[in-house]
Design a protein around this ligand. Sequence first.
Ligand code: NAD
Length: 361
Amino acid sequence: MQDVLIPTAALHDWIERLFSAAGSEATEARLTADHLVGANLAGHDSHGAGMVPRYVSSLLNGELQLNRSVEVVSDTGSILLLDGQRGIGQSIAFQAMEIAIERTRAHGVSVLALRNSHHIGRVGHWAEQAAAAGFVSVHFVNAVSGQPIVSPYGGIDARFNTNPFTVAIPREDNEPILLDFATSAIAQGKVRVAYNKKAKVPPDALIDAEGRPTDDPAVMFEPPLGSLIPFAAHKGFALSMVCELLGAALTGGETSQPANFAKRYGVWNNMLALLFDPARLGTGAAFENEARSFMDYVQSARKSAVGEILMPGDAERHYRRERAERVPIDAGTIAELDNAAAAIARARDVDVGALSKLALD
Ligand code: NAD
């Protein structure tokens, strides 16, 4: 199925209007559109506009809450525990990061524990918020939804979610280095996009209900359900365990186990983030020189069949340049987005119109 091209500004405006119609205050609607369109711009369609139908269904089923502020549960200055109050992650994570950034400015370092947020989407967005303030950040995130979708290394049955791990390193006069990925072989949203496009996923990412490897995304949507597997075998699984334990168990959030599967329409995230000000190490100029020469050395290696050696964060920059004016969205996702707008129109009596009407010829 062919992708539909939507002008980037029009997509942002449509999402902002949709969330305003749903009941978000202006800042929340804008932050939500900034984040979702930002994910499309970064090339992560799995966490872009295509999440809107899921958010709308979570909202209309009484799970996702709008216009929530983070609640400070405990605060020792540089160590903070915040509760997201089941609010929309695009606003909740922004608020939490703003507080952590302010504390990092004051103390040089901060530990942010955030629990009970609705889906915080592309975690790199929050790491970029810290990097824009000049701070290194490391994020351990768990996710809980109606059912687990990733099997542990050595197991067949799904037991947890795609738990992302993220690191941003700011650089003077340069874009940050950004490591930001799911600990599953591929993100669930990418399986959804492939399913909507009727495409295959790469091999070694999925197993069917009997534990056999498959490239068919349908095993994640049509019974009997299969599961994603962790990236890099035991290493991805071990990192995912750390995300679950630091991101959720330690923050007082919910780990992925049956007692916590009752809220089944939303996706819930808990996050532990460590921020620090690298300037306080006093190694700024040396870091820039050493980092630059090391990256040059790495990129001087002879090229394999992959064809190029990228730095973490380069892929997102490449997509941002390519998509500045228009974003491709697959036709299946566009249909789901039109349905989501219709659902909001019925529930709130404000019709923002179909996104498909904004498609370029
Ligand atoms: P991915 O597999 O596309 O990997 C992205 C990372 O790899 C980026 O850091 C990118 O710069 C880097 N990268 C890409 N190509 C590279 C190359 N050739 N060389 C070096 N580095 C390269 O990402 P993903 O696993 O599909 O995750 C996508 C997004 O989903 C992330 O933003 C993540 O935060 C988000 N996510 C969120 C949740 C949640 O619950 N909120 C869960 C899972 C994933």
